[in-house]
Ligand binder design. Sequence first.
Ligand SMILES: [Zn+2]
Length: 299
Amino acid sequence: MKHLLLKFTFVLSLLFSSTAMSADFPTKEPMGGQPFGHSVKKVSDGLYVFRWWVYRNIFMVTDEGVIVTDPLNPKAAKLLRNEIRKITDKPVKYVVYSHNHHDHISGGNIFKEEGAKFIGHKNILKELGDHPSAVTPLPDITFDSEYTLQLGGRTIELKYFGPNHGESLVVMMLPKEKILFVVDIVTPRRVAFRSMPDFWPDEWIRSLKEIEQLDFDYVISAHGPENQPAIDPAAVVKEQRMYLEDLIAAVKVEWDKGTHSPDKLRKLVKLPKYKHWRSYEQWLPMNVERIWAYLHMGW
Ligand SMILES: [Zn+2]
C-alpha cells in the first residue's frame, strides 16, 4: 500500500512538475483560501467585468468587434473567450495590456490566433524582452504617454503616469462612461500586496495623485474575490493613496524613534484604521518591511 501510495505521489509530482510551466498555469492550490472560479458581470452598455479567481479584466463588445484587456493566463483566457462567444460572434480586435507582469498578461495567444492586435506601453517591449514568455505575445502597437483606442463608436483612453509598478503600467479610461480600469496600483479595501513587489512607494503615491485629477466617477480594479463589488466609486483611488501615506508615516514614526530593525518594525507598526481591509493581518507586516527598505535604502 505504502509502495503504491509512493508511486501515486511520484506520478502526481511528475504531472505537476511537467505542467507547472505549461499553458495551464497555475495548476497549484489557490493561495489565500479563495477558490478558483470565474464570473462575468455586465456593468454598462457593452462593458463587462470578467473575474477569474481574484483577478479581473474588462472587455467591451462593440458592433465592430471586441476589445479585451489583460488576458490573465492561458486557462482564464480560454474561459474568457468562451464567455465572449456567448455574448457576441464578433471577433476580438484588440487586446490591451495594463503592464508587464506575467500574472496579468499571459494567455493572449488565443486572441492572437483570431487576428487581434495587441497594445501596450512602449516600455513593455524591453520588459518582456528581458523576461520573455511563450504565452505572452508582444504588443503590435506601443505608445508613450497616451493612446486613444476607438472601435465601433466606443473609446478607451490609455494613460501612462511613469514608473510606479513596473515601468509600463497604464490605466484605462472610458470617457463616456466615466469609468477607470486600473490594475494593481488600486486594490479597494485591501492592504498592499505582500512586500509590494516591483512597487515604488514615492512614484506610486505621485501617480495616484495625478490619476485622482482625471474625470471619472467609477473604478474597476483588477483584484478582488467574488464577494467584492465589480465596480467602486472614484474615492477608492484617494483611499489607496491615503493608505500608502499612512503606512509610510506610521513606519517613519517608529524609525524616527530609532527602531531600524525590519523585524521589530514588522511587529510594532499597526494601522488600526485599516483593520477591516482584506489581508490586513497577513500582509501589513510585509508592507511595513517594504517601507523599511524604502527608508533604509532610499527607494
Ligand atoms: Zn503587477
